[in-house]
Design a binder for this molecule. Sequence first.
Ligand SMILES: [Zn+2]
Length: 73
Amino acid sequence: MLMGAGLFGEDQRRKHTGYCIDCKEVLELYMLDLKKGRRVLQCTQCGLYHFYKKDLFGKWKLIKAAKIPDLWR
Ligand SMILES: [Zn+2]
């Protein structure tokens, strides 16, 4: 676990990566669209894509998970 990373705020995105709902492995950023408040994270282990949307409070909320990366295109 690299908890200290991002202390200086140079990479805000990394602080918000989560864990796979399937295999509990860490997720890495696959796609980020700040204009639409959307992002997609991919599991580093099983490759499952996790679709997040920003809620009213500016927090990322998991909408769904799928094996395909382009549900929002
Ligand atoms: Zn996984």
